[in-house]
Ligand binder design. Structure first.
Ligand code: B4P
Length: 190
C-alpha cells in the first residue's frame, strides 16, 4: 500500500505512522525525521534545512522534493510506503504524482488526523519540555500552525476530490487514535 498521513503539527502523525507502518510492513518515511538527521550530521542539506526548521518555515520545495524522490527510489519502497509530513505544498503534491506516474503506482489512501487546537498546543509544549526540539517554542509552533493552515490544509481538498481522503479523529490517547486508524485500515484492506 502507498499511504500518506497528514495533519497539523502535534496531530500525532509521526507517532501513528510507526503503528501503521508496522501493521502494513512498509517503510514509514518522515521528511521531518530525515531533515533532523541531516541537521544533526551537519550535511549540506542539513545546513540548508536548519535555518528553515528553526524558524518554523517549510524547507524549500526543491530541496524536499529531491530528498523524497531519492528515498522513494530505494528498493524497500517498491511494494509500498507511508509518507509522514510529505507532501506539504501543492508543488509537492504535483512532484509526488510525477514520481509515482511512471511506475503506475498511484496512492491508495490519505489519512488526515483532525485534532482540537488546544490539544495540539498542549502536546507540542509537552514535547518541548521532554525533548527540547528547536522548533517547539510557543512562537515557532504558532508559525508552523499558520503555515499548515495556509499551505497544507488545502491539500486535503485535492485528495478528497480524488476519493482518497480518510478523516480520523486524532484527539485522545495514542492507543485510542491507533485503534481508530486500525478501523480505517481494516476497511482499506477488506
Ligand atoms: P515534522 O517532523 O513533520 O513535525 P510535526 O508536524 O510537529 O510532526 P511530528 O511527527 O514531529 O509530531 P506529531 O504530530 O507526531 O516537521 C518538522 C519541520 O520539518 C517542519 O516544520 C518543516 O520545517 C520541516 N519539514 C518537514 N517536512 C517538510 C516538507 N514536506 N516540506 C517542507 N518542510 C518540511 O507529535 C507531536 C507530539 O505529540 C509528540 O511529542 C507526540 O509524542 C505527542 N502525541 C502524539 N499523539 C499523541 C496523543 N494521542 N496523545 C498525547 N500525545 C501525543
Amino acid at each position: 500500500m502507498r499511504l500518506l498521513i497528514i495533519g497539523p503539527p502535534g496531530s500525532g502523525k509521526g507517532t501513528q505512522a510507526l503503528h501503521i507502518a508496522r501493521r502494513l510492513a512498509v517503510p514509514a518515511i518522515s521528511t521531518g525525521d530525515i531533515f533532523r538527521a541531516n541537521v544533526a550530521a551537519e550535511t549540506p542539506m542539513g545546513r540548508i534545512a536548519r535555518e528553515y526548521m528553526e524558524a518554523g518555515e517549510y524547507v524549500p520545495d526543491q530541496v524536499t522534493n529531491t530528498m523524497v524522490r531519492d528515498r522513494l527510489s530505494e528498493s524497500d519502497c517498491a511494494s509500498g510506503f507511508l509518507l509522514d509530513g510529505y507532501p506539504r505544498t501543492l508543488q509537492q503534491v504535483a512532484e509526488l504524482e510525477t514520481v509515482l506516474a511512471p511506475s503506475d503506482s498511484a496512492l491508495d489512501a490519505v489519512i488526515e488526523l483532525a485534532v482540537d487546537q488546544d490539544v495540539l498546543i498542549e502536546r507540542l509544549l509537552l514535547r518541548a519540555r521532554s525533548q527540547g526540539r528547536a522548533d517547539d517554542t510557543a512562537e515557532v509552533i504558532s508559525r508552523r500552525q499558520e503555515l499548515y493552515t495556509a499551505q497544507t490544509a488545502p491539500l486535503t481538498r485535492h485528495y478528497a476530490d480524488l476519493g482518497l481522503l480518510h478523516l480520523v479523529d486524532g484527539n485522545g490517547s495514542v492507543e485510542d487514535v491507533a485503534a481508530r486508524i486500525a478501523l480505517t485500515l481494516d476497511q482499506l484492506l477488506a
